[in-house]
Ligand binder design. Sequence first.
Ligand code: URA
Length: 238
Amino acid sequence: MNQSNKKNLEFIKNAGVNYFLQDSPRNWFESEQNRSHRSLKDEDKDDGKLLKIQQIIEKIKHFDTPLKDSAKNLVVYDGSLNAKVMFIGEAPGRDEDAEGLPFVGRAGQLLNKMLAAINLKREEVYITNVVNWRPKDNRTPTDDEILQFLPFLQEQIDVINPDFIFLLGGVAAKAILSTPIALGKLRGSWHEYQSLQLKKTIYTIASYHPAFLLRSPQYKKASWEDLKMLQKKLNEKN
Ligand code: URA
């Protein structure tokens, strides 16, 4: 285990995130009571991913947080459960809260363009956020909120089992890379995310959030370089 992952684990354990404290995984999937009945897409049928994601969604729904008081809709994911790349943002904004889907507002439209620029379609990647309820007035999630939602995010990573993770903005970078280092220093190189459950390393890039790029277009060039790094790795894999 490398040093940053050791620190990551210590940080998470000290924060009391139970998901990591089990010797063997908890069976989250026993109860079928709350299962929702979204219809199965053909590509999702094979290995039970949809059911597992639905179970995670139920857990998030029932997780007690004051964020629920002001939010309208839970926002968990969009895209494919068989995605090779997972994109992780910060938290839903107003449009996402209204629609119940991540990245559907202006930042989402830019994200779609960023994906298209490296020949990816929104439908073939998995898009989610660190926090799944909209913080009032779009404030940045607190460290406590990030930690409270982190186990749900880690479980999604374990179910989706992506080859690559692309972190959109500082909150996602902090959550997944567990570091206070600024995005400007983190971007431009590959990082390793260790999934204890999958027992594998997932290569991860941290780059600028599309909402930030809308406000500060001078960073688009750097963002494009990060996207090209991902595209290169994807091409190598194919
Ligand atoms: N910003 C995010 O971080 N996530 C969204 O879903 C929308 C905007």
